[in-house]
Design a protein around this ligand. Structure first.
Ligand code: 4NP
Length: 152
């Protein structure tokens, strides 16, 4: 079993998009029973709120539902619970280093370390959920290929 956590500032735009895109890929690969997948926020700003309308609409274009998802906050105990904790931008990584008091087991990475490097475009500011989706789906595709080697 591999436990994967996606993290962003609010858990309403980027990380829920990554959670449900990755869930969809894992399901299509027939690997649902091999993974536990979640997403959470570094801030308390949006706790309890559903994904942003733009995230919901973008996911819907790809026949992916995120119904029932509500924003939750990343906890210190998540460091032990998850095998890989993927931030969307460098601020997420800095906030996690503070929450987890470092990263002794090298579990914390940027999601786009699996693709072109750098940060996932933040649609909260850009309003462009399609670019965010493309960023996320490319990185998640590579992530799944990478992890398939580990569960063989
Ligand atoms: P997210 O987007 O971190 O991708 O969920 C944001 C959500 C809320 C805010 C900023 C970014 N905010 O400033 O409230």
């Amino acid at each position: 079993m591999l436990r994967i956590m996606f993290v962003c500032l609010g858990n309403i735009c980027r990380s829920p998009m990554a959670e449900f895109v990755f869930r969809d890929m894992v399901k299509k690969a027939g690997l649902e029973d091999q993974f536990e997948i979640a997403s959470a926020a570094t801030s308390a700003w949006e706790l309890g709120n559903p994904p942003h309308y733009g995230t919901q609409a973008e996911l819907k274009k790809h026949n992916i539902s995120c119904s029932g998802k509500r924003a939750v906050r990343l906890k210190q105990s998540d460091y032990d619970k998850y095998d890989l904790i993927l931030g969307m931008d460098r601020e997420n990584i800095r906030d996690m280093m503070r929450l987890f008091s470092g990263d002794s087991e090298k579990k914390v990475r940027l999601l786009k370390d699996y693709s072109t490097g750098g940060e996932v475009d933040d649609p909260w500011y850009s309003g462009d959920f399609t670019t965010t989706y493309n960023d996320i789906s490319q990185a998640c595709k590579n992530l799944l290929e990478n992890l398939k080697q580990k569960i063989k």
